[in-house]
Each structure stands twice: as structure tokens, then as C-alpha cells.
Ligand binder design. Sequence first.
Ligand SMILES: Nc1ncnc2c1ncn2[C@@H]1O[C@H](COP(=O)(O)OP(=O)(O)O)[C@@H](O)[C@H]1O
Ligand SMILES: [Mg+2]
Length: 380
Amino acid sequence: MNEHEKYFLSPARQLTDAEKELVWKKPLSHKVSEAEQRISEEVCRNWNRGEMKIATILLEGDAGSGKTQLAKALSANFGLPYTKVTCFADMDKSDIIGAILPVISSERLERMEPADRNALKALYESDRFHSATEILMDVMGITQETASIKMKQLLKLAVENTGSDAIEYRFYPSEIVRAYQKGYLLEIQEPNVIRDAAVLMALNSALEPDGSINLPTEMVRRHPDFIAVITTNRSYAGSRPLNEALRDRVQHAEKMDLPTKDIMIERAMSKTGYRDEKVLDVLADIIIVLDKTTRANAIKGVAGMRSYFYWTDAIASGASAKGSLYHKVIYKITTDSEEINLLEEALKNDGLLASLEEVLKDVKKNEIVTMQSKSEHGER
Ligand SMILES: Nc1ncnc2c1ncn2[C@@H]1O[C@H](COP(=O)(O)OP(=O)(O)O)[C@@H](O)[C@H]1O
Ligand SMILES: [Mg+2]
């Protein structure tokens, strides 16, 4: 057995080529976290223990803490295809289950707007491997949410255009049903935003351990390899918390915070290629203080890993550290003057802006020295 197959859940399982493509391949920049190790071991340990099997996992915490990448890493570790669904407020039942589309005649199809015609054709001609939203995202270059709205428009249009023809209907399963039936690892992003209680219930019952889903055309059974990873930002005052029933389904949960400073630096290095540890260290300290300050003062925005990466990248390409602090970090948290004052105070009290100027002065000096020595050697 190869080391990377250590956690394969169904080693004997044969994936199709298209499915193999969906199994995440870890990039070189990927660093294995404690959470990744813990979940992989737990799931493996319990995989053949009947009711103790762990197949619904919750990753809850800070934006940018690595929830999505962890879900993908689990796909790689378990050897399961990775798919995802991004939830949105107005999701309805067809987004959970799928939609029935009438197949309209080619004469009627020819009389439609080109965009609609092409979209419908793509759906009719699809290989049934991809879900309807995926097909639309692909042919129209749109997001999952827009594709879901588009699908509803097309459905209406197709129904209006059936006329009195004898009609064939085709069922297009959702991404959720596809993962459920074929045994994929499905990341369910932000299900807390869903407004309709009936939709939440449908999602909840799709996560039942030994369940089945009743489709208009057939009943599909849950594939034994189906794993759902719910990823969600921690709720703050004013946001909708994760539905209790869904929470209750979960068999393993991880609290995902801003990583430790060492890991922040390591990830920023591998992502941006910037190597100055002294600078990276101060930038990380600043992000950490801002993160604490936003929480302590109930400021809604986040200072997280993404800001850290973009800020580092800006500095690496020569931007002023102070100026880019505002554009890459602070204004992303808030543009409210009082809140900005609080953040600035916190940085001043910790002496961090001064340390930043110090380390950057050193960097400048070093650069000048290298440039001089290069020019002395006739380089440019
Ligand atoms: N284990 C890891 N190793 C290296 N980089 C990581 C790791 N986890 C996350 N990252 C990087 O951090 C950023 C945010 O991660 P992401 O998974 O999108 O966060 P979230 O889903 O929690 O918002 C991404 O650019 C990602 O590549
Ligand atoms: Mg994410």
C-alpha cells in the first residue's frame, strides 16, 4: 500500500476516469494540519463499525482558516471524488433534490432565444454524469447560485413550450443527490444561510445514515462511501446559526480558528513565495491583534488568512506596508471610522506599527546592499 493510500476507505473500489479527476490532488503547498490527521484517523477507525461510522463532519470557524482545503484534503486521503454545493438564502427543494425538465421538440427549440436554446440543448445532450447546475455553470460561465436560478427559468420556459406535443420528461439530479448516490465526498458550504425550513429538513434527511431519497423517477439509496462535510463560518451576533437538527446529525466537529503563527507564516511563504521571516512575523502579529480586537469589540469583519496572504503579496511586490495595511486588511474588516480607530489603537498599544517600520527598513537596506553588490559584478 502506498503511503498516500493509508486512509483509503474502500481500497477495492473502482472509480471511473471522470471520477478519478474529481479526487483532489494535494498541491505541494498543502500542509497537513492536526485536524486533518485527527479526522482521517477517526473516520478510518470507525468506517466498518456500523452505527459508529462517521460520515457527517462539521468544520466551523473563521473565514480563511482552511475549511474548504481540509474538506478537499479528506477527499485525497479517503480516495473519494470531491464535489461541493454552495448554499444560498433562497434555495428551494429542487436545489436539494433536482429538477424534472420536459424535453421539447427541436422545431420549438429552434424558435427560442439562442442563449436559452443552447442551455437547453446542453442539458438534453448531457452525459448524465454532471448535475444540471454544473452543466449550466459550464456552458454559461456562471456561478452555482445563478445556475440554479437559470435552471428554474429554463424549466418554466420548457414547460410553456411543450404545447400539445406528447412529451418526454427527464430528471436532473442535484449535486447533492449525485454525491449521495455515487459515493462522493460532498462539501456543503454555509447551510446556515438557507431560509426555508422545509429545505433544511430535506437536506437534513438526505444526511440520515441509512437513508434513501425519493425522486420523482426513482428511489436512490445512499452509497456507503457518501461523506458530507459541512463548512460554515462561526455565527456572530446578527447572523443565522447553523440549524439545530443539522448540527445534531454531525458525528465529528472541528473548531477552525486562525492557525498558529508558525503555520500562518509557513502557508504564506508557500503561497506567495515571499521569504523574509522577520517581516512575515510582524505581519502575522498584526493580523492576530486585529483578529482579537475585532472579536473583543464585536466588529463584524474578519482579519484572517486571506488578508494576510494578499497583504504579504502586496508588500513582496514593493507596495508600502502602511498603505497596503489599509487596502488589504483594515478596510476589508470595516470602513467605519470609530471601528478603524479601535483597530489603530490596538496596533499602536502593541507597538506593532513601529516594529513593522523597523523590519521593513532592514529589508530596504539589504536590498540596496544586494543591488550595489550586483552592479559591482556587472549585473543589473
Ligand atoms: N493545509 C493547508 N496548507 C496550505 N495552505 C492552506 C491550507 N489550508 C488552507 N490553506 C490556504 O488558506 C486559504 C484559505 O483556505 P480555505 O480552505 O479556502 O479557507 P475557508 O474555507 O476556511 O474560508 C487558501 O488560499 C488555502 O490555499
Ligand atoms: Mg471555504
